[in-house]
Design a protein around this ligand. Structure first.
Ligand SMILES: C[S@@+](CC[C@H](N)C(=O)[O-])C[C@H]1O[C@@H](n2cnc3c(N)ncnc32)[C@H](O)[C@@H]1O
Length: 212
């Protein structure tokens, strides 16, 4: 039995089961419409590469990272024929990531709410360092208005254990943080209906930002 605070073991076991949906998410489709042709993407927390494969099939070179070695090994086998590279990397170690080409867009889906705030800080500081001027950043995450925020066991004002760890994010506080780090906010959305999976229709935020 994996303890719900053991985030790494939880995701390792999840990808060993190989039960995650395989179709691209509606967020990936939404992002792809806004990306310049052949823009190079760094995907953080790619999971089973459902969105990585979609971006690569649309002609985007993608570097996709995840802490789960099982996910990375499976993805490398499954999608070796596409222009995407999978690298095992924890967000705590982004500084040691060797990027083979410059990145035009950073992408994360359902990742920021799966990690504690210091790792989010690491990601945003890394993005501010490596992204060239004009580059894009896209994030989709569960917000503090998601009903799941009231379920399970509370471990802080916005962190809960419900099967596994989640940190619900206040959209206003997040965009303020991005602005302080020098990003311009291009668009935001918060609501239901865009990340439906079976009976689950979470309240999520979508944020598109750019490095000016
Ligand atoms: C909710 S899943 C989202 C997967 C994928 N983006 C999707 O939408 O299907 C969160 C992902 O973040 C990864 N992850 C969690 N903590 C991480 C960390 N500290 N470093 C790197 N990846 C991490 C997990 O392994 C998992 O694949």
């Amino acid at each position: 039995m994996i303890h719900p605070t053991n985030r790494r073991a939880y995701w390792e076991a999840w990808y060993q089961k190989d039960e995650a949906p395989k179709h691209p998410t509606s967020f990936a489709l939404f992002v792809e419409e806004q990306l310049p042709k052949a823009a190079a993407i760094l995907e953080l927390g790619c999971g089973n590469a459902r969105d990585t494969a979609f971006f690569a099939q649309q002609g985007h070179p993608v570097i996709a990272i995840d802490a789960s070695e099982t996910a990375i090994a499976n993805n490398t086998k499954r999608f070796g024929h596409l222009p995407c590279t999978f690298l095992p990397c924890d967000f705590a170690d982004l500084g040691s990531l060797a990027l083979p080409f410059p990145i035009n867009a950073l992408y994360s889906r359902f990742v920021l709410h799966a990690i504690p705030e210091p790792l989010e800080e690491n990601i945003l500081d890394y993005a501010a360092t490596i992204l060239p001027h004009g580059a894009w950043m896209f994030h989709e995450f569960r917000t503090t208005n998601d009903p799941l925020m009231r379920e399970g066991t509370s471990i802080s004002a916005n962190e809960r254990l419900c099967g596994h760890y989640r940190r619900f994010i206040d959209l206003g506080a997040f965009t303020e943080k991005l602005a302080k780090k020098g990003f311009s906010i291009e668009s935001t959305f918060e609501g239901r209906g865009v990340a439906v999976l079976g009976k689950s229709d979470p309240v999520v935020a979508r944020v598109a930002a750019r490095k000016p």
